[in-house]
Ligand binder design. Structure first.
Ligand SMILES: [Zn+2]
Length: 131
């Protein structure tokens, strides 16, 4: 477990993406499956919401999302952290290259706000291990 990196919010990078997920989602809240470019962006935001939505203000956690930055032309091999701000926004940032990737507002009514989906019972006939 990595310890929480030192940072001093709300000192965000000027190029940080400010996101309202509803600008990228379909009206019913689903991902825009018919638009690959928009889909990738919206999916990244959904992942940040899934990791960060259940945090309390002032809390943070490490995700399994890789940092997207390429400082000096080399992929940053680090993981994003998410934190919850005092005004209930979710910030995603890299602990290594210190890049603030995005801040997400208006995420509370998205389907990822409560974290991972509840487990569902699989039917034996669709479980490949039983064949
Ligand atoms: Zn990074």
């Amino acid at each position: 477990m990595t310890s929480l990196p030192h940072r001093t919010p709300p000192c965000y990078a000027p190029d940080m993406l400010v996101v309202d997920p509803w600008h990228w989602l379909n009206e019913d809240g689903s991902l825009p499956y018919d638009n690959p470019r928009l889909f990738r962006k919206a999916l990244r935001v959904a992942q940040v919401i899934e990791y960060g939505g259940t945090l309390e203000p002032g809390e943070a956690r490490e995700t399994l999302l890789q940092c997207a930055r390429r400082p000096a032309g080399k992929q940053c091999l680090s993981l994003l952290w998410v934190s919850k701000t005092s005004d209930d926004a979710i910030v995603a940032f890299c602990a290594l290259c210190k890049h603030d990737e995005m801040i997400v507002h208006n995420w509370q009514q998205t389907e990822w706000a409560d974290g991972m989906m509840e487990a569902v019972q699989t039917k034996p006939e669709v479980d490949p291990r039983l064949h």
